[in-house]
Design a binder for this molecule. Structure first.
Ligand SMILES: [Zn+2]
Length: 197
């Protein structure tokens, strides 16, 4: 049903850890907190050699396409195309894929809901990354450091936002979607550090 060769090519051309990092996961060595279940320890790990991920907490695992699928709650085809676009892989998809792509109609309520869920998930991923970053700074900066107070303040705020996006009420998340000044401000302040890491 899918253009299998395109899928294979994508997997050969992307590195799963690079994909995971690009989509917001923050690693210590090859491990990080799992984006698919709530946890305090880092059970999510990457196997560089075989190019797959696996979570020892919730037993979720798979390749780079599967990871993209799950992170963005999209189909395997959409995940393959997203990787193709985001990493400029330049892979041509077969005719079946084109046909799927060219269907144009207004989005259904379920699709709008899914888009919203994806937005919530993406936002949470970045917030979670910032949370880790600030945790790190909190532990390594001396209290006398000029940035220390700011980091403490932002950490508390970011932690609150993380919770809203991880398990908060849809109504509150909606408010943030349409009045996202705070989130935008934190993203522009810290996102550059995430990319660097
Ligand atoms: Zn997990």
């Amino acid at each position: 049903m899918y253009d299998n060769s395109a899928f294979q090519q994508i997997k050969q051309r992307v590195d799963i850890k690079t994909v995971a990092e690009r989509y917001g996961l923050v690693f210590r060595h090859n491990q990080c907190k799992c984006p698919f279940h709530a946890e305090d320890t880092a059970s999510f790990s990457i196997n560089d050699e075989d190019q797959y991920f696996y979570c020892f907490g919730c037993q979720t695992g798979g390749d780079a396409i599967k990871l993209t699928e799950l992170l963005f709650k999209i189909s395997p085809m959409q995940a393959a195309k997203k990787l193709n676009d985001d990493f400029s892989l330049g892979i041509q998809f077969g005719r079946k894929a084109e046909q799927v792509e060219t269907v144009k109609r207004p989005p259904t309520a379920a699709e709008l809901q899914r888009d919203f869920d994806i937005w919530v998930h993406d936002t949470w991923l970045i917030l979670n990354g910032i949370c880790w970053l600030l945790t790190d700074w909190k532990e390594t900066l001396l209290p006398s450091h000029p940035r220390y107070k700011d980091v403490l303040q932002d950490f508390t705020a970011i932690e609150g936002l993380c919770n809203i996006f991880l398990q908060g009420k849809r109504g509150i998340q909606l408010i943030y979607k349409y009045h996202k000044g705070d989130i935008k401000r934190y993203f522009s302040k810290y996102e550059k550090f995430l990319i660097k890491e």
